[in-house]
Design a protein around this ligand. Sequence first.
Ligand code: GDP
Length: 444
Amino acid sequence: MAFEGLADRLQATMQKIRGKGKVSEADVKAMMREVRLALLEADVNFKVVKQFINKVSERAVGHEVMKSLTPGQQVIKVVKEELTELMGGEESQIATANRPPTVIMMSGLQGAGKTTTTGKLANLLRKKYNRKPLLVAADIYRPAAIKQLETLGKQLDLPVFSMGDKVSPVEIARKAIEKAKEEHNDYVLIDTAGRLHIDGELMNELKEIKEVAKPQEIFLVVDAMTGQDAVNVAQSFNEQLEITGVVLTKLDGDTRGGAALSIRAVTDKPIKFVGMGEKMDALESFHPERMASRILGMGDMLTLIEKAQASVDEEKAKELEQKFRTASFTFDDFLEQLSQVRNMGPLDELIKMMPGANKIKGMNNLQVDEKQIGHVEAIIRSMTTAEKQQPEIINAGRRRRIAKGSGTSVQEVNRLLKQFEEMKKMMKQMTGMQQKGKKKGFKL
Ligand code: GDP
């Protein structure tokens, strides 16, 4: 997971101060030394680290913390707020032109993920914001770039504008915008050329496209795995092209996080989106506060909830809730729920968003075995309707039959039955707690 080392170190440091009823200046100093090292090791720009430490130290020894009843926790709060600020504070929105189409120019070095991100962004604009984007293939130099965008367009069922590789990118951009007006496309996403390194020729071409296309947004796509290089690239692009935002890709990899934490401070341009995988739905809006929360082990329940909302059928969720309450949850429901959870994405990624998940022993290197989930499904599918509804009738003979039918073992069947029983018990307790909570008047 991205940020793993940083998260571990910061959390260990925070742990030492969390419960303290009194925090001295020396405590803060000692803590800041550790935080400083953790950030430097995560490849955060050294100037950024210095500023960050100064800000946090100043606030931590200040009035608001020392005089509070829970100074340990207050210090952590300060660290979280400043981390959030470092990454840009508020989530930034995507611009919209007064008169459509809104033009977004995608720029970046080769291999950063520009073409993939262009596809992902178009997909997001359509799915989340109900927009009608037009993709424009203006990278005429990389041999496969036009084809790659066309393939993505087909896959997403979105239109792609291309004029082959013999027409200048500036002309392609101009024609594409005309076309978008005719076809009532409200967003135009221009995939521009990349290079292995920044060079003058590339920058001139991008400037010319900018001149003609008058984009509302110029996004720079950078690869999070390249750390400080990504920050340097962002700085140069920004100086020459005045970008409006950054898309940080490959945050699903094990990047140390330096780029995410430095880019905003160095360029003063926000990270707008992050790439979390190769698939077309793996682009997320960047939320500084949620990211800070994740780094400090406070979890990212909001993203988790959003993912759940996007993949869970509301009617079914209500039905399930009712079943939890009346304890009439069956194996059929279990199967249904399993498939809904799987729709949300890889399970190990989801688990890591839960608060404190990384503190549970073994959770960090937890590999959710998708094969095992397949076994669970096979076992349930081998049950008869009566068995699914009343698991208590599943005796030894039935267990053998189910194991055989699902190609698993009796031990696996036993384990699942036991887990199911425990889960039902837990649900009962939880709904009990919820009822009590409601009576007392607080929300869960
Ligand atoms: P371009 O040269 O900048 O247009 O780069 P591409 O869009 O062709 O992407 C280069 C490689 O990075 C491809 O193999 C993509 O699948 C991969 N890629 C892009 N974004 C992400 C991401 O967010 N996560 C991961 N894991 N891979 C990505």
